[in-house]
Design a protein around this ligand. Sequence first.
Ligand SMILES: N[C@@H](CCC(=O)N[C@@H](CS)C(=O)NCC(=O)O)C(=O)O
Length: 288
Amino acid sequence: MAEAANLGILEWPKKDNRRLLHVVYRVGDLDRTIKFYTECFGMKLLRKRDIPEEKYSNAFLGFGPEETNFVVELTYNYGVTSYDIGTGFGHFAIATPDVYKMAEDIRAKGGTITREPGPVKGGSTVIAFVKDPDGYIFELIQRENTPEPLCQVMLRVGDLERSIKFYEKALGMRVVKKVDRPEYKYSIAMLGYAEEEKTIVLELTYNYGVTEYTKGNAYAQVAISTDDVYKSAEVVDLVTKELGGKIIRQPGPVPGINTKITSFVDPDGWKTVLVDNEDFLRELHKPE
Ligand SMILES: N[C@@H](CCC(=O)N[C@@H](CS)C(=O)NCC(=O)O)C(=O)O
């Protein structure tokens, strides 16, 4: 009986109305990062908020409005000017029709190219790597026009099959691409809610034999929307019992802002927050 009920609830993530909303991470100087992302990447500053009671500020940047696009949510904690990025975080990615030109423009503006443009090792897609002012890596990926240039969050994991199962079952994501490059001793899986070319995907990388990474204190989490944080948390809870990970914030409204959320870590310790769809839109449209 209990098992039959579990089977029913496990269907929920696939029926739910989900989208990756934003990625949250910490920076040492908001203005410095805003300048870099707008001038070098062509992102737009979408909104800013200051929470002096909690001694932090946020800035949201992306390539389109938050109602439709994936964005970055930068956090500045008063007085903290640098962070440890750790070894587990990989990169964010930006799709552009001409990686060579974008890399040249970024270099001309004083940005650091850590990997020169050219075909990815073992493949044909042209890529480059850029380091932002805090040391976060951005991969530039050659792609014709896309509705979502901010197209990947790459995280390293210790067991790719376990992670795929976790993100499929707990979050209803689909594997949209899988690549194994034995000559370079790694495998990747792209997971998301739509085709890779059209949306942001979570790129999970497994390096052969590496099961542990450090997390540092810089990267925080991705946020995903849901129509029901309570049902979503029930599913996550069941899946964590099977595959690992843990709910770290029980579902419910955040005091003060009343947006309903729940958050959890996956079997590697990567954090996700699920945010109520209606509350998210209400927050976006409320007057400052
Ligand atoms: N050991 C790498 C494995 C992942 C990897 O190599 N990814 C490709 C992109 S999908 C890459 O960075 N290639 C480097 C290059 O082509 O120079 C890591 O953990 O970052």
